[in-house]
Structures are given as structure tokens and as C-alpha cells.
Ligand binder design. Structure first.
Ligand SMILES: C[S@@+](CC[C@H](N)C(=O)[O-])C[C@H]1O[C@@H](n2cnc3c(N)ncnc32)[C@H](O)[C@@H]1O
Length: 236
């Protein structure tokens, strides 16, 4: 019995710890129309495909802030196989202005540029933006990619037609006011594995890759972010 009380107290303190907050946010978030996983013990069980991704998300979100330094999210690159799916779900092509917020080594932005888009690679880490520049040169698309070594919260994004974000739920939530304020109606926003809280995706796709379920969410500015009306229907 005392063991149960001890475990309950431990769970409660973990729930309140900042570094593990993401684990609980992401493990309890669930997804529209599919598995809804609630709570820590379920998120740690490995019995189904759907649950495994929650463990992956949790571990990603739980990386201690001391490791992250001042960054909002660690560098975990999008798997090459998923990049094609990102391009397809967002229908990236000529005429697009594609932003990757936190672009890492530039692989997603570079693929957008290969497909004819103008890409903007926004990355806080200098070593990564330099790697992205080098990779764009090698891919022959350097002149189609703009590199911005800055905090994505400070970078204007109003000219985007597509925005890609492989971040964390809490960072997506923090970026939401900026997306709502700056993006034009009709802009496509694709997120990998982490939803934008409070927005309705127009499309969700799941892939089973290397033992994990990966999820792409497609949002459209002006559709996904409509707030429910507060005024009741008047009966006059
Ligand atoms: C999960 S990685 C995704 C990298 C890349 N988008 C991809 O899919 O391969 C997140 C990236 O965001 C960067 N990042 C974190 N906080 C940032 C911020 N406030 N401004 C700009 N970049 C940031 C990290 O350095 C990291 O490279």
C-alpha cells in the first residue's frame, strides 16, 4: 500500500516538473478519430503500435532543459522517407514560399527548393545553419533557399504559403498566436508528430516507419483556426 502511495507521489511530482511536462502533454493529447492515450502508465506500455509513438514523443519532449540550453527543441532531423510525405501532403511546388521553422541541417527546406519552391530555413543554431548552407550548395539549390540564423519567434513569416514545423506541442502552442497573426488565409501548415493545440487539422496521415507510428498533420490557416462562435442563435 505504501508503495502505491509512494508511486502516486512520484507521479505527481513528475507531472509538475518542467522538463517532463511535455511528456504528459503529449502523452495525454491523443488524436482526432484515433487512439486517445491518457496518462503516464499507458504511455509507457509498449503493447501497441499507436502507444509506441507516444513513448517516442514523450522521450523527445522530456529531454532535460540543461541539454537543450536555450533552444526550444533539440535537433532531431526528419527522416528522409518522411520528407516526401511532407511535400505530398502540403503539395509543395513552383510558386510556393516554404518555411521550415527550426530547419536543422536544411533537409526539408532543400527538398522544397528542389521541387521548385522558394524556401526559408530558419534556425537558431549557427552550426546547423552552416550545415544547411553547405547541403543546399551540394544540392544545387543554394540560390533558392534563404537562410535565417535567428529565433523563429522573431522572424516575420507573412509571405509563407507553406510552413513546416517539427517541434513540440508546447512550442506549437507558443507559436500559434504568431501563425494566426502573420500567415495569410489559405497558408498550409504541416507539423510532424506534434499537433497545434486548439486547431483542427484538415488531414492527418500516419505512417509506420522503423517501428514507430509517425503522424503528419495538415492545417490550413483560416480553416483550421476558426474559433467557435459565442453568440447564441436568437429566436426572434
Ligand atoms: C526537431 S528539429 C527539426 C529540424 C528540421 N526541421 C527537420 O525536420 O529536419 C528542431 C530544430 O529547431 C531548432 N530550434 C529550436 N528552437 C528554435 C528557435 N527558437 N528558433 C529557431 N530554431 C529553433 C533546433 O535547433 C532544431 O534544429
Amino acid at each position: 500500500m505504501s508503495l502505491i502511495i509512494f508511486l502516486q507521489k512520484l507521479m505527481s511530482s513528475l507531472r509538475n516538473s518542467y522538463t517532463l511536462r511535455g511528456l504528459f502533454e503529449d502523452a495525454t493529447e491523443g488524436s482526432r478519430g484515433s487512439q486517445v492515450i491518457r496518462g503516464f502508465p499507458v504511455a509507457l506500455s509498449m503493447h501497441s503500435m499507436g502507444e509506441r509513438v507516444e513513448v517516442f514523443r514523450g522521450l523527445f519532449a522530456a529531454i532535460p532543459l540543461s541539454v537543450l540550453g536555450s533552444y526550444d527543441v533539440p535537433w532531431v532531423p526528419t527522416r528522409r522517407q518522411l520528407i516526401d510525405y511532407v511535400m505530398r501532403i502540403a503539395r509543395v511546388g513552383e510558386g510556393d514560399i516554404f518555411y521550415d521553422l527550426g530547419c536543422g541541417d536544411g533537409r526539408v527546406a532543400i527538398e522544397a527548393a528542389r521541387r521548385g519552391a522558394k524556401a526559408v530555413c530558419v534556425e537558431l543554431r549557427k552550426d546547423l545553419i552552416e550545415a544547411a548552407m553547405e547541403n543546399a550548395r551540394k544540392a544545387g539549390v543554394y540560390d533558392r533557399v534563404k537562410f535565417v540564423n535567428d529565433d523563429f519567434f522573431k522572424v516575420p513569416i507573412g509571405d509563407a504559403t507553406v510552413v513546416y514545423m517539427y517541434l513540440l506541442t508546447r512550442v506549437n502552442a507558443a507559436l500559434k498566436p504568431k501563425l494566426e497573426k502573420e500567415l495569410k488565409v489559405g497558408t498550409r501548415i504541416v507539423t510532424l508528430d506534434f499537433a497545434i493545440p486548439g486547431w483542427k487539422p484538415v488531414h492527418v496521415e500516419r505512417y509506420y516507419i522503423a517501428g514507430l507510428v509517425r503522424t503528419l498533420y495538415l492545417y490550413i490557416r483560416g480553416v483550421s483556426d476558426i474559433k467557435p462562435t459565442r453568440s447564441p442563435i436568437s429566436e426572434t
